[in-house]
Design a protein around this ligand. Structure first.
Ligand SMILES: [Zn+2]
Length: 321
């Protein structure tokens, strides 16, 4: 069995582990990131990856790193990452010099899509989309068995297609009513505040503003709270618009929903399946299934290792041994 090191580089921590080519994660090495400057992050990567390489014992195929940002998956350079405040950071090159093995770096959402496609809810399909609904919306598209990368690694930035450009919430990217602003976990919280004036006696308003989480709102909605249910309805209506747009763009066999909000599996799927069907016009109805993702938080790390096994993000099925 071949082994690679899979690395999940996030804005608050880094995790590295030996991953075998059946998708199994072995012992995790994790470090919190307090300092997000390049040298400090490289030091944390050096320690966690170094520990994982020691675990591997035998020769590894290489190292795969999933990182937020716009990433040149050929060189492994982070062209731009708002999370880290980096521009043109030569991450792949730095790690290659440090460890003397092949290093592949890809956008975290694209890595998660590759992981979910290979080992999770996308397994057996050729046309697959993963959406992770968390603080933002991450996305990756597989079409005809190929992860779609785009001209300059920007394909799959579905979170920033506008669905409510005139009456939506402001997005962190500067536009109004982006899918991410309306239908991420943060979007659910904003929907709850937006309808709050209609529910002056809502128990949710007793919670400190910065402590109102998407999980609290979702649980209250499941328990039948009227304020939460109204927010949930508006949130899932916006989510459905974006999902129907994805169906129109790529008509995948499966769209998998991952991230914190999707833990309410049936409650969420029941709310979106009908509206997505109603909004699906030219594409034959019912030809895209919406499901909940299977790998959870592991998808990105498993996908990063898969990228190392396949020799890059852009490599098709025929190259997967
Ligand atoms: Zn945006």
């Amino acid at each position: 069995m071949r082994t690679a090191i899979g690395v999940d580089l996030g804005g608050s921590h880094v995790t590295a582990a030996v991953i075998t080519d059946d998708g199994t994660i072995h012992r995790q090495h994790e470090q919190d990131l307090e300092d997000l400057r390049y040298d400090a992050v490289i030091a944390a990567l050096g320690e966690t990856i170094g520990a994982a390489i020691k675990d591997a014992g035998d020769a590894i195929v290489g190292i795969g790193v999933g990182s937020p940002g716009n990433i040149d998956a050929e060189t492994g350079a982070v062209l731009y990452s708002p999370n880290f405040g980096w521009h043109d950071a030569p991450l792949g090159e730095t790690l290659r010099k440090k460890f003397g093995v092949s290093v592949f770096v890809g956008n975290d959402a694209r890595c998660a899509t590759l992981g979910e496609y290979t080992f999770g809810s996308g397994k057996g399909t050729k046309d697959f989309v993963l959406l992770t609904l968390g603080t933002g919306i991450g996305c990756g598209i597989v079409a005809g068995g190929q992860l779609v990368l785009g001209n300059k690694w920007g394909a799959g930035e579905v979170g920033h297609h506008q669905i409510r450009p005139t009456d939506g919430f402001a997005c962190a990217c500067g536009k109004i009513g982006c899918f991410e602003a309306q239908a991420s976990g943060t979007g659910l919280i904003r929907h709850a505040f937006a309808v709050a004036p209609s529910f002056p006696r809502s128990i949710m308003l007793d919670v400190d503003r910065d402590k109102l989480s998407s999980k609290k709102i979702r649980k209250a909605a499941q328990a039948g709270d009227r304020h939460a249910l109204t927010a949930w309805k508006n949130f899932t209506a916006d989510l459905s618009i974006g999902l129907a747009n994805i169906v129109a763009f790529v008509n995948p066999e499966v769209i998998a929903l991952g991230g914190g909000v999707s833990t309410a599996a049936d409650f969420m799927l029941d709310a979106v399946r009908g509206p997505v069907d109603a909004l699906t016009t030219m594409v034959p109805k019912g030809t895209t299934q919406i499901v909940v993702a299977q790998l959870g938080n592991d998808a990105g790390q498993v996908g990063a290792a898969t990228m190392a096994f396949r020799g890059g993000l852009g490599t098709g099925d025929e190259a997967a041994a």
